[in-house]
Design a protein around this ligand. Structure first.
Ligand code: SF4
Length: 426
């Protein structure tokens, strides 16, 4: 039962630092999964028509329910009068809250147009909280495209929630940070409960009343590697991080659970009894895709920040070979366990310089290239097989029961390529 490589894995591998042109979605994208997670929240983007279009086209149209996100559009002319902009925002919020009494937490989400940057949304959130509290709490964070990756939207949102969490008492507690689909979260809670770890706090909670308490006796674990700011914000509140590989695959999930179990004094035999059956199921599910993956090479463009843990999964658990692993940020405090377990050999790159990286991807011609949507089609046209990185964030991929699906996400494009070749040849 170990995801750990013998030796330091890629811990000492030199990292190529890239500071060039980026090709990524902006942080507003994360509203698409956050608004489904927080049932009494509303995400009000303060932005431009471009922001509204991005949200609408990415999230689709909701027919059966009132949406829990929207855009307050600021026009260029609003630049002339910032006071007017604040008044207009206040009026928009008042209208929204009068119509939607179910909203208990309202997020004012900043964007990157210059007219928005000039607005002090932190002050607006304070003012609006005073006006509409205690029923509604208004919190602001940035989903701006000036940041370098779309998953930062969730990170800045959860980091903004950290100061609002209630103070915990002296009893040791556990908080799990990272938005997961409800069904996956329930599986995780069941596993922790079987280990004897109850009353687990979740960040984000499903409602405002479910925000987890936090204090010096709270330990926390991340389920997503992109929560760097949240990690810092929770530590500033006195909570202690539990270092673990991300819970992807059979080994990743086992190591993640064991890191928590150890902290909470769960005996090894109980741990084995709880994890043995689901771990074996996960290993079998991964093995069923082994023929498609083993021995194949993979190249990661920096996009979702999931790249390093996924490369760990693909190299250690699926027998693939990583050529290059690009990541927008390499947060060592969070990624150290995944780095240590990563099979040696790949080039590691932090940041992006898309042209140079394209050159390297073309030279490498890996069996599979994981990249953003914008790069996938041109690379496919050049004969490379690609996987959209964003799909890995939108698909349930964490923990034992999803391990086979995670392997399948990488196996499918490789099978498609073989089929296409076969059909072309026949
Ligand atoms: S925040 Fe910036 S990058 Fe994102 S949709 Fe709005 S204008 Fe575009």
């Amino acid at each position: 039962m170990s995801a750990a490589a013998p030796g330091p894995g890629c811990t000492r591998t030199p990292v190529l630092r890239e500071r060039g042109q980026h090709e990524v979605f902006c942080g507003l994208t994360s509203i698409i999964w956050l608004h489904r997670k927080m049932q009494d929240a509303f995400f009000l983007v303060v932005g431009s028509r471009t922001c509204a279009h991005l949200l609408q086209s990415a999230a689709g149209v909701m027919i059966f329910a009132e949406p829990r996100f929207g855009t307050a559009i600021l026009e260029e002319s609003d630049l002339a009068g910032l006071t007017d902009s604040h008044d207009a925002l206040d009026a928009e919020v008042a209208r929204l809250l009068a119509r939607r009494p179910d909203i208990r937490q309202l997020f004012l989400v900043g964007s990157c147009p210059s007219e928005v940057i000039k607005l002090d949304l932190a002050r607006a959130a304070e003012r609006l909280s005073a006006l509409h509290g205690p029923h509604v709490q208004v919190i602001n964070y940035s989903g701006s495209g000036i940041e370098t990756t779309f998953t930062q939207g969730e990170d800045t949102c959860l980091a903004a929630l950290a100061p609002t969490l209630p103070e915990a008492g002296d009893t040791p507690g556990l908080v799990i940070a990272g938005a997961l689909p409800d069904v996956v979260e329930d599986q995780m809670l069941r596993l922790l409960s079987d280990l004897g770890i109850e009353d687990v706090g979740l960040l984000p909670g499903r409602t405002r009343d479910n925000r987890p308490p936090l204090g010096p006796n709270t330990r926390f674990a991340l389920t997503q590697p992109f929560l760097g700011e949240t990690h810092g914000a929770l530590i500033r509140r006195g909570a202690q991080p539990i270092a673990a590989p991300m819970p992807f695959g059979a080994d990743g999930t086992t190591e993640w659970l064991w890191a928590i179990a150890r902290e909470f004094g769960v005996p090894r035999d109980r741990f084995e009894a709880v994890t043995d059956a689901p771990r074996k199921r996960a290993e079998r599910a991964i093995a069923a895709r082994a023929d498609d993956l083993a021995g194949r090479s993979v190249f990661f463009f920096p996009d979702s920040q999931l790249e390093l843990p996924l490369a760990r999964f693909l190299t250690r658990e699926c027998g693939m070979r990583a050529v290059e692993i690009g990541t927008p940020y390499l947060h060592r405090a969070i990624l150290a366990p995944d780095l240590a377990a990563l099979a040696p050999g790949p080039r590691l790159a932090e940041g992006q310089d898309v042209e140079r990286q394209l050159d390297r991807a073309r030279a490498a011609r890996a069996d599979l290239t994981v990249c953003g949507l914008g790069l996938a089609n041109p690379l496919e046209a050049e004969g490379l097989v690609t996987k959209w990185a964003i799909e890995l964030v939108f698909t349930p991929v964490h923990f034992y029961e999803q391990a086979g699906d995670l392997a399948e996400l990488f196996a499918r494009p490789l099978r498609r390529k073989v089929r296409l070749r076969f059909e072309a040849a026949s």
